[in-house]
Design a protein around this ligand. Structure first.
Ligand code: NDP
Ligand code: PYC
Length: 350
């Protein structure tokens, strides 16, 4: 779904955007290491045209930080370090620094055991999942991740929003090619895309959402104002969403989406839940070359007429952005620079 690719009139190099976002996060009270991780993550989304989780999210990050809902200074702690299971307490901070804390530990365990599980709890995930899994596949590993969010999606046959937009992502090495990475919400569309549609005065597709009375609607505002999204694929998507709630909340020790209550923190937008990552080493106990088998499958798909694989649009956009700069709207960039200049003034007077 591409609601945000219009009215771009300015470009910014990727590294410059990373630096700009880094100074915004630092100014908002995020400790340096986490700030750099979040800045790269958010700028990468903008670079790859994953706009539902790009710079449009900055006010949401800032609202969560300034309201005290998320702790920018949080230091993640590895609290369970088993043979193949690691659990990290993100300490009410963002999920990405918690993942980075454990990434090499989990990778080593996956190579030693064939598989390793990383459970993150007490964490805020406000971004796309592909940046979390892509690096594992670049290192020859298979990775699967999921995260639950906030109650904004009605389970199939239900009458109330209980589950989140609950994305799931999968990354795998492919011989002679970039990793294959698929990453999708299990709601009919991401909440971020509904917000972008609302900001642009666009409607959303039919059969994606309901209004506050449970009536089908294509009005993005009606979905955001007491309405809800539906799961994708009826009861099938709903079942996957339930699995994600169980694995990301019940298993990790995080909150279910319906338990997220930010009412005492006006402006907060980042879901405080949990995340699960499963990493598999395809070379452990190998009977054949996994990545060449993966390449064979993709060749067959091409022969069958499949012209676009998951992740390919992002990679193409990444190439363009790295070559020509990231396209943005000038007013959007000005807003970011305004946030950052406050940061520099503060730094100068410190
Ligand atoms: P999309 O529907 O845009 O895309 C889902 C996947 O399908 C992507 O891998 C995409 O590849 C691929 N794809 C899209 N169109 C085609 C096609 N025609 N043929 C083949 N593959 C295709 O994603 P969503 O809107 O569902 O989710 C967007 C993002 O929102 C995700 O990154 C997700 O992680 C994030 N999200 C985060 C949440 C959170 O709580 N943190 C909650 C919900 C969503 P490509 O990327 O190359 O287009
Ligand atoms: O786009 O659905 C979404 C989302 C929820 C939390 C972060 N992104």
């Amino acid at each position: 779904m591409d609601y945000a690719h219009s009215m771009t009139d300015i470009t910014i190099p990727y590294e410059e955007l990373v630096d700009l976002l880094d100074s915004i996060f630092c100014h908002a009270g995020v400790r340096a290491e986490s700030s750099s991780i979040l800045a790269k993550n958010c700028a990468s989304c903008e670079r790859d045209g994953a706009l539902s989780h790009g710079v449009f999210r900055i006010p949401g990050y800032l609202g969560s930080l300034s309201s005290g809902w998320v702790d920018g200074q949080a230091e993640p702690v590895i609290e369970v370090d088993g043979p193949a299971f690691v659990r990290v307490d993100a300490a009410n901070g963002f999920a990405q620094p918690a993942l980075e804390k454990a990434r090499s530990v989990v990778e080593a365990k996956a190579r030693r055991n064939g598989v390793a599980v990383l459970a993150i709890r007490n964490s805020h995930h406000f971004s796309a999942l592909w940046p979390d899994v892509e690096g594992f596949a670049q290192n020859g590993l298979i990775a699967l991740s999921m995260v639950n969010s906030m109650a904004c999606t009605v389970p199939f046959d239900g009458t109330k929003a209980i589950v989140g937009t609950n994305p799931i992502a999968f990354a795998t090495p492919v011989e002679g090619d970039l990793p294959l990475v698929a990453d999708m919400a299990t709601s009919a569309m991401a909440n971020g895309d509904v917000q972008i549609a609302s900001q642009k005065g666009l409607s959303i597709p039919p059969n994606h959402g309901v209004d506050r009375n449970g009536e089908p609607t294509t009005d993005a505002d009606a979905v955001l104002d007491g309405g809800a999204l539906l799961t994708f694929g009826g009861y099938k998507g709903s079942s996957i969403s339930l699995m994600i709630e169980l694995l990301c909340a019940a298993l990790t020790g995080g909150k279910f989406s319906f338990e997220v209550d930010w009412s005492a923190h006006p402006g907060a937008q980042t879901p405080h839940t949990g995340q699960l990552i499963i990493v598999i080493d395809p070379d452990f106990g190998r009977v054949n070359s996994f990545s060449s088998r993966a390449a064979l499958l993709l060749q067959e798909l091409e022969r069958a007429g499949v012209s676009r694989l998951p992740g390919q649009r992002r990679h193409k956009q990444r190439e363009v952005s790295l070559r020509d700069g990231i396209q943005m709207k000038s007013d959007q960039l000005k807003k970011l620079r305004d946030y950052a200049s406050v940061s520099m003034l503060k730094a100068a007077s410190a």
